[in-house]
Design a protein around this ligand. Structure first.
Ligand code: C2E
Ligand code: MG
Ligand code: MG
Length: 689
């Protein structure tokens, strides 16, 4: 024995000693044993193996497998042992429950030991505990299983790829692309992406980026679909294995495009708006500059559009603008641009012209195209435009300047009798300055109350008695003296200045009448004109009530004059306001009656007291038979609706006589008196009979 142990410490050169082998065997993490065959007696076991089975390295020696590992384990492994006994190398995995109750997963290798030439003398048993690996793999399997279930359940298209090659995909992917799964397996994910987006997708894939990005893919049927893609590197896998979720963003894209379109287009006509026009104009001009070409800007403004809008209502006005837009577009080439600046203002940009003649030609075509009547609410309406033309580079080099020049030229077209075209001439743009100047002066006038009222009496045709006054405003202009309302009411409306003027008029008219009445004069109503705009914008009822209160004028002495146009749209709110005015006890007259495209239906609907027959019908009576017929009809209709009729602009005794015969109630006009200032009116009221 000493010899043997001595031997172990002095091994032959190159061969490890027994004790070194033991040391090695006990140090490896695997369990090892050696059994003789065919007896299956244990010949060697490392510490791990022996302890695993509840033995020491010594006590296990000589035991059979069955004895060493116990009956239950033997039952489980016997078939494997049998195969090994046949000389087969066997490998299997099985679960083993430790005495502590913990379940471990082990991998067992049974390796037959064959002595040359072919004698089976034993078997090595090599057992590794693979519990950790098994758990990890299990976790991946479960997470992949979960992923698959999730992928199947979601509406998002999901594709798995390795190095860009598709290895799996869900139902939604098939819906999104139109391809079945077998059709796409093995294909490159980039083949679905439209060429211009491939570099982006490639970059995201290569760098493993996990934030969302947008690309466009091609469906099997050829259409392209915008998608949002999010790529994620799969857990427990190398970065080349990625899952990509694709979300169809067609709806979002369309909404974005719609938004972008809305920002640049006029919602009514769908034409480019001012912003879009200016952007495009800059583009056109820089191109023209580079190519030494020429361009033209046509400023198109409709003549008397406001009349149509006021008399036929906004709906018809809108329709007319759309029809006009369509006609303008028919007159220009594809490369030219038609925009709407707002209101009845259109701009045409001719991108590439040879000279002024080309611009003149297009402008003439536009005038011609507008010539035919438009049909609005089954009525033919005629319309003409006034067109101003500016040329690049002759009149200016920027869009702003060219537009201003074309605008100024358009004003000249209006002054030239409307319905014509004018080229810009130096000096024309003084007009814009004039407008600014006038606006400044009007604002100053409002602040300093530089207005006066003139009063025109209304007389009864039956007995010649005074029946009322109409208050007519004048602007006491610092340079021009008294300026009539036709020259500034429309302007004030367009500049948003009508409300303060209207308020002053209402208050002053009531105050003056009350002052006269306090003197025992003019126990008759005072009529005050209101423009359509004021009627829509102001809190009239509240203001009227407040003015009556502050001046102390009894409501029955106030009358409001409205034009037909007020009554023709917004029936609901108008009716409410008129009812409220009537409830206050204030009268309502329809001014300039007969000039609007009126239907008679509304006359019945509204609380109206008087119709004022427009001066244009009275003017040519009694000579003009048509006008006599019209005046007759209005008076009769007024009476049948129990409305009083007032004839405006009565200048001759013959007119008055006719009106008397026709049964008109009241007359107003130069024949009775011109409108007079307050002093003259008072004198007129107190004149000796
Ligand atoms: P309207 O309400 O129809 O007023 C009658 C216009 O006819 C007045 O012109 C008056 O001077 C004129 N007129 C009266 N009798 C005769 C006549 O026999 N022959 C002729 N040729 N003309 C006559 P005016 O004062 O220049 O007012 C013009 C329009 O301005 C008014 O027409 C009215 O619509 C508007 N207006 C006047 N004052 C105001 C106001 O305070 N507010 C608003 N919103 N509009 C006003
Ligand atoms: Mg009036
Ligand atoms: Mg009138």
């Amino acid at each position: 024995m000493p010899d043997t142990s001595n031997d172990a410490h002095t091994p032959a050169a190159g061969a490890p000693s027994d004790s070194l082998l033991r040391l090695i065997a006990d140090s490896v993490p695997a369990l090892m044993a050696y059994y003789d065959l065919p007896s299956l007696h244990c010949r060697f076991a490392n510490q791990g193996y022996a302890a695993y089975n509840g033995h020491s390295t010594e006590s296990i020696l000589g035991l059979t497998v069955r004895e060493a590992i116990g009956e239950k384990a033997w039952q489980a492994i016997e078939p494997h042992v049998e195969r090994c006994k046949q000389g087969e190398r066997v490998k299997y995995v099985r679960e083993q429950t430790l005495p502590s109750g913990e379940a471990r997963m082990i991998e067992v290798n049974l390796i037959p030991h064959v002595m040359p030439p072919a004698q089976l003398v034993g078997a090595f048993v090599l057992i590794t505990d693979i519990t950790e690996r098994w758990r990890a793999e299990n976790a991946v399997r479960q997470s992949e299983e979960r992923m698959r279930k999730f992928a199947a359940a979601t509406d998002e298209a999901i594709v798995f790829h390795r190095n860009g090659l598709i290895i799996d995909g869900n139902e939604a992917l098939q819906r999104l692309t139109g391809y079945t799964l077998p059709e796409v397996l093995g294909l490159s994910i980039f083949s679905f992406i439209t060429p211009e987006w491939r570099p982006v997708a490639l970059e995201y894939t290569r760098s493993g980026r996990e934030d969302p990005y947008e690309v466009t893919i091609t469906h099997k049927d050829g259409r392209t679909i915008p998608v949002e893609a999010v790529g994620k590197t799969m857990p427990m896998h190398h970065a080349d294995y990625r899952i990509v979720v694709l979300h169809d963003i067609t709806v979002r894209k369309q909404a974005q495009e719609r938004e972008a379109f809305i920002a640049l287009h006029d919602p009514l006509t769908q034409l480019p708006n001012r912003r879009h026009l200016m952007e495009q104009l800059d583009r056109v001009l820089s191109l023209a500059q580079r190519q030494r070409g020429r361009a033209a800007v046509l400023f198109v403004d409709l003549d008397h559009f406001k009349t149509v809008n006021d008399s036929l209502g906004h709906h018809a006005g809108d329709q007319l603008l759309c029809d006009v837009a369509a006609r303008i577009k028919q007159c220009v080439r594809e490369a030219d641009m038609v925009a709407r600046l707002g209101g009845d203002e259109f701009v045409v940009v001719l991108a590439d012209i040879h000279g002024p003649d080309d611009a003149a030609h297009v402008a003439d075509k536009l005038l011609e195209a507008m010539h035919g009547a438009f049909t609005l609410d089954n009525q033919p309406v005629t319309m003409s435009p006034s067109i101003g033309i500016s040329l690049f580079p002759d009149d200016g080099s920027t869009g702003d300047v060219l537009l201003r020049c074309a605008d100024a030229a358009m004003y000249h077209a209006k002054e030239n009798g409307r319905g014509n075209r004018q080229f810009f001439q130096p000096g024309m743009d003084g007009r814009a300055m004039e407008v600014l100047q006038q606006e400044r002066q009007l604002r100053a006038a409002i602040t300093s109350h530089a207005f006066v009222l003139h009063y025109q009496p209304q007389m009864s045709l039956r007995d010649g008695s005074l029946q009322g006054f109409e208050a007519l405003v004048r602007w006491n202009h610092p340079e021009r003296g008294l300026v009539g309302p036709d020259e500034f009411i429309g302007f004030a409306e367009s500049r948003g200045l009508i409300a303060p003027i209207g308020r002053w008029v209402l208050h002053e008219a009531c105050r003056q009448l009350k002052a006269w009445q306090d003197e025992g004069l003019a126990q008759v109503p005072m009529a005050v004109n209101l423009s359509a705009l004021e009627f829509r914008q102001r809190d009239l009822v509240g203001e009227i009530a407040a003015v009556l209160r502050s001046t102390g004028l009894p409501p029955r002495f106030l009358e409001i004059e409205l034009t037909e146009s007020v009554l023709m749209h917004q029936t609901g709110p108008v009716l409410d306001t008129l009812n409220a005015i009537q409830a206050l006890g204030v009268g309502v007259s329809v001014d300039d009656f007969g000039t609007g495209y009126s239907s008679l239906a509304y006359l019945k609907r509204y609380p109206i007291d008087k119709l004022k027959i427009d001066r244009s019908f009275v003017m040519d009576t009694p000579g003009d038979a048509d006008d006599v017929a019209i005046v007759t009809a209005i008076i009769q209709m007024g009476h049948s609706l129990q409305l009083k009729t007032v004839a405006e602009g009565v200048e001759t005794a013959a007119q008055m006589e006719l009106l008397r015969q026709l049964g008109c109630d009241l007359v107003q006009g130069f024949l009775i008196s011109v409108p007079m200032d307050a002093q003259d009116t008072r004198r007129w009221l107190t004149r000796p009979e």
